[in-house]
Each structure stands twice: as C-alpha cells, then as structure tokens.
Design a protein around this ligand. Structure first.
Ligand code: NAI
Ligand code: NA
Length: 395
C-alpha cells in the first residue's frame, strides 16, 4: 500500500516501514561511526522500541556488541493497517542486529504486568543466563497496577493553588496561543507518580534479582528530565516532576538492594527531544522549537542517539567513576542547560508569536522530527512507492 501520514491531534495514526527502517539504519551508522565502547554485553531494555530506549538498544548492540532483549508495547501490522512505528523500528533493529551476528529478541506486551515480566525472566534465563545492564525507558499515559488491579492515569498539570498560563504552539499549524492549565488534585498527583514514578522499575529489578538474573556489578539506568524555569510549572514542579522525583529517589533504593552483587542504579537526566511522549506536553513543543534553533546555531544539537551514545561512552562506560550531580544524577542534559543556551531561549520566548516563530524558532525542525518518528519525511525514502505494510518480527 501507499502509506501517508494521517494526523489526529498530537499523534500520527500511520507509520512507514521503510522510513522507520532507515531511521534505525541511520542510528546504527551513527553509533558505529563513533567507535567501540567498552560497554555492556547482555542488555535488557524496557521501553526499547522508540525514543531513548531504542537509542539505548542500538548503542548497546552496535557500540558494544551486546546481546539485547527489548520489551515494548506496540501494535503489529494488519492487512491495510500499518503497524505502530515502534513495531517497524524493532523489526528493523532485529533484522540488522541478526545480520551483524548479534543476539536480539523482543517481547511485545504490557511491561507493567507480572506476566510480561515473567516472560522476560524466562527468556533471559534460557538465552542469556544473566544481564549486566537494564535500561528502564518507559513512557506511558497509564498503568494497570499488577497487585491492586487499579488503572492509574497520568496527567500533565501544575501543582499548587494557581492556574498556570503560558504560551504554547500547535506545531502542526505554527499558531502560538496562551494555554491555561488548572492545578492537579492530590489523587491526580498520586496517579501520575504510580504511572511514571519508580515503583515499576523497582519491581523489575526485584524480580530479576530474585531470579538471580543480574550479573555481578550489573547497572540499571532510568531516564529523567529537569529543564528550565520556563517549563517548570508544567514539568519539573508539576505532576510529571513529582513522578520524576520518585523515580530519582528509587535509584537510591535500588542501589541499596544491589549492594551484595556490587550493582548500581542510576538516573540519567536527558535533553528535551521530540518523541511521542514529549509532543503531548503543553508548552514543551514551543520550548523545544526554540531550544533546537539555539543549539543548532551553536553546533551542539543532539538527537536521542547522540545523547545515548555520549551517555554510554562518556558517563557510564569510562575508566573513571561515573560523574554525578549533587543529587546523584547523571547529567547528559549539560549542553541544553548551559547558561548561554538558556539565556538565549528565555529571550526568544518573550518574542515568540505565530509570526516570529518560523524565524526565531526551529518549527520546521520540530515538524520534521515529529514526522520522522513515524518514518515520514526521511531522506532517501520514496513515499510514492507501494510498500508492504505487513512486517513480522524476525524469528
Ligand atoms: P517514547 O514514547 O519514545 O518511548 C516509550 C517506550 O515505552 C516505547 O518503547 C513504548 O513501546 C514503551 N511502552 C509504553 N508503555 C508500555 C507498556 N505498558 N509496556 C511496555 N512498553 C511500553 O518515550 P521517550 O521520550 O523515549 O521516553 C523514555 C523516557 O525518557 C521517559 O522516562 C521520559 O520521561 C524520559 N525522558 C524523555 C525526554 C524527552 O524529551 N522526550 C527528556 C528526558 C527524559
Ligand atoms: Na524509550
């Protein structure tokens, strides 16, 4: 079939298999161009199909020759209905990993469930014996709690007494408008922490450790975000920020639990990037479009793969101790948070309108990255060509 982007709000309902494969190939080539990392050998990535998780899987495999197991929740293709992008990405990843002689298998299902955890444990036990790195990179709007059966829905709201009002952009149309968001109530805060906090990460590590599937000295890493004061009300000091506080605190709990095997849990604070998860957060797309412009001008822009390659090569797998900030976190958002970058973004923020944004911001870059997530607008792909939408995960 001929597959074109079909937009609905913040999401695209279609994905292009060739474009997704090309994105994966480009990421593989980037990692290979940076040379070998003395990195992990057997890796579990939870949330492995898109964004930072996919980049972590590619960096492990093609930067360090690691065997990888990826867990994700994606929609396979059906006749006349393209799969979700993470499905096509993962099929392409496995295909190229196998071609390179690397072990790669995937599990598609709800990572929050006991059942998918058990399936993953069985696969590690049978195929790899143990893992030495566990990347936890889930981004989900909801979680069915495996013990209570309660469905928790996360919200993106400020916390406190005041309605938050600021600029935002509809990145499809370029229209800049004011958005007002009422503060969350206590229940909404708790639900967001239940979905995006550290409880499930800890359950994963508990289960792996109880089954003796963590190698001596194993590392686990989850991803967090901080960002500037511009986005603070809706991000770091909002409901999602509470969840990130919980995730970051969980790193210490997990490290304590791994003492006997000399293991360690880290949170890495990553850069703001266009992913399916971040596109849905109000205010963030406007911030990202200004940030991209400034970072590209300064020659320091990175995507997920550049971020994760640098995380592995310059933070996690070096001869020195992993550098951390005062709160114990790895900072790979260092370039985003540079004073010169943030001062420039803050200034542009005051000037941003629908008329000025195409000039002062990188709206075009935002849109392109968004389309790229779904395999569209990727260089070298012929979108007029009839492609087979049916792609199976390689055996
Ligand atoms: P993403 O939306 O690209 O990836 C989410 C992954 O989670 C996908 O592999 C998806 O299949 C998987 N997933 C979602 N629900 C699942 C479920 N129930 N069971 C199994 N798999 C499931 O998101 P992104 O942006 O890569 O986020 C990953 C982490 O990075 C999140 O913790 C996010 O907060 C963090 N982060 C994101 C930043 C950004 O700007 N995008 C910046 C800094 C941190
Ligand atoms: Na991810």
């Amino acid at each position: 079939m001929i597959i074109e982007p079909r937009m609905r709000g913040f999401i695209c309902l279609t994905a292009h298999p060739d474009g997704c494969e090309q994105n994966v190939i480009n990421q593989i080539n980037y990692v290979k161009s940076k040379g070998t990392i003395a990195g992990p050998k057997k890796v579990l990535v939870v949330g492995a199909s898109t964004g930072f998780g996919l980049a972590s899987r590619i960096t492990s495999a093609f930067g360090a020759d690691a065997a990888t197991i990826g867990v994700f929740f994606e929609k396979p293709s059906a006749p006349g209905k393209p799969a979700s992008p993470g499905w096509y990405n993962s099929a392409a990843f496995e295909k190229h990993a196998h071609k390179a002689g690397l072990y790669a298998k995937s599990i598609n299902g709800d990572a929050f469930s006991d059942e998918i955890k058990q399936q993953t444990l069985d696969l590690i036990k049978n195929d790899l014996g143990q893992v030495d790195l566990v990347i936890y990179s889930l981004a989900s709007p909801k979680r069915l709690h495996p013990k209570t059966g309660v469905v928790h829905n996360s919200v993106l709201k400020p916390i406190g007494d005041n309605v938050f009002t600021n600029k935002t952009v509809d990145f499809h149309t370029g229209v800049v408008s004011e958005v007002s968001i009422s503060p969350a109530n206590e229940e909404e805060i708790e639900n967001t922490v239940a979905v995006m906090g550290g409880e499930d990460w800890e359950l994963w590590i508990d289960a792996l450790k109880a089954a003796d599937l963590l190698a001596a000295g194993a590392t686990t890493v989850a991803y967090s975000y901080i960002g500037p004061s511009l986005t603070e009300a809706v991000y770091r000091k909002g409901t999602i920020g509470r969840a990130k506080d919980h995730l970051e605190a969980t790193a210490f709990t997990i490290t304590d639990k791994l003492k006997d095997i000399n293991g360690k849990a880290f949170v890495s604070v990553n850069k703001a990037l266009v992913t399916q998860a971040s596109s849905a957060i109000p205010v963030i797309p406007l911030y990202i479009s200004l940030l991209y412009k400034v970072m590209k001008e300064k020659g320091i822009h990175e995507g997920c793969i550049e971020q994760i390659q640098r995380l592995f090569a310059e933070r996690l797998y070096t001869a020195e101790e992993t550098p951390i900030d005062a709160a114990g976190r790895i900072r790979i958002d260092d370039w985003e948070m540079r004073t010169d970058v943030q001062e420039r973004v803050a200034q542009l923020w005051t000037e941003a309108t629908a008329e000025t944004l195409p000039l002062i911001g990188d709206l075009a870059g935002y849109k392109k990255d968004f389309l790229n997530l779904f395999g569209f607008d990727v260089a070298g792909i012929d979108y007029k060509k009839d492609v087979n939408e049916m792609v199976e995960m390689p055996a």
